[in-house]
Design a protein around this ligand. Sequence first.
Ligand SMILES: [Zn+2]
Length: 464
Amino acid sequence: MNKPPVTSKNIKITKSLYTAWISGFFFPLHEKLKKHTSVIMRRQLEESQWWDNARLQDLQLTKLRDFLIHVQTHVLYYRHLFLEIGFDPVNVHSLADLTSLPFLTKSVIRRNIGGLKSDSARYLTRYNTGGSSGEPLVFFIGKGRTSHDIAAKWRATRWWGVDIGDPEIVIWGSPIELGAQDRLRNLRDRMMRTKLLPAFEMSEQKIDGFLAEIRAKRPRMLFGYPSALSHIARYAKTHGIRMDDLGIQAAFVTSERLYDDQRQQISTVFNCPVANGYGGRDAGFIAHECPEGGMHISAEDIIVEIIDAQGTPLPPGESGEIVVTHLATHDFPFIRYKTGDMGILHDKPCACGRGLPLIREIQGRSTDFVVAQDGTVMHGLALIYILRDLPQIEAFKIIQESLNETHIYLVTKTTLDQQVRLQIERAFKARLGHAVTIVIKQVAHIPAEKSGKFRYVVSKVADR
Ligand SMILES: [Zn+2]
């Protein structure tokens, strides 16, 4: 059963009444109550996506200048920095002026967490991420930025002929405990017809259950890590479980590098196109793929630079580190933020006709699966989460050497005491098996891979 290839032209949003109600009424109300401006923002983004490059750059420049003036007035860290280097945002007349500002790194954020908060910020939410470099990072997000990220994701969802409110299966990490907050969220998810399946543990029995749930729900969209979706797809294929007759319109993947064989596998088994997204909690909703295959930058609020190892900006076509300025981060600015990911800017227009600039070949976002002693395959995040919330740990890397032995490399502020070591060991054994040897090694720093990429979980057991 093969469908014709999906393009922006032949996509029709065939919405059910229920989806129209969720997308047009319930979700906008939800957003309003949360003090988000994503509804109006999405409408604006759906217009500006068709603007040409020059007009989009004009918009970026105006927004950049206003943003930097706000930051100068309200953010202590930048007020001092601008004074120190003699930078006045009023004089910003081209996007290139941005390059006179230093990069924002994770260690700068760590050292200046208080000074980076705007004195006019209200409703800041604290986040904690492993980030793509594997170093835990705490930072804050305000309503303006959340609204942008929701609106940009919403717009990208609609590129694929689906909308908020359409039945969706999400395969993702999930909190273990259910608090009152989560019960509310569950209710909202039921209204929005979103069902979460936890990706941490993927025993055969669990995957059988997942496949049965997907068959029963007949979602119009899937959302998950590429590694998780392709793992499930491969299992379905090997066991002859048919998943291509469910009417799934698109499989959205994000958070990791998407490999060609994964795309192929997901697309064949679920009989739908795979839509790749790039971004993170830290850097925001940076780019998303359209049906023609272009990875479009959310350029209305995100300026992407590619830099070489010396920090010099590179022209389109050359590979370097992705640096992001998020223009909706007034409350906790991300200006020239080094993502640690590698990519290439692309200056050709996309066949879909959208003027949003393109980025290609995003590399360096691998989180692998690990395998427990009893054969349970689980997402590497299950182990990352153990380490990332410990305040003593500055950086880490986990290497699963064999089914019987896993090594943890830690960079810590002080020598780890025995209690914390035991705590880590116990948590790892709970996931990998009680007979597994856990070796904890404290090191001065953690080197990158030969390729220059950084992976915080490497399994020599799991095939990808
Ligand atoms: Zn496109």
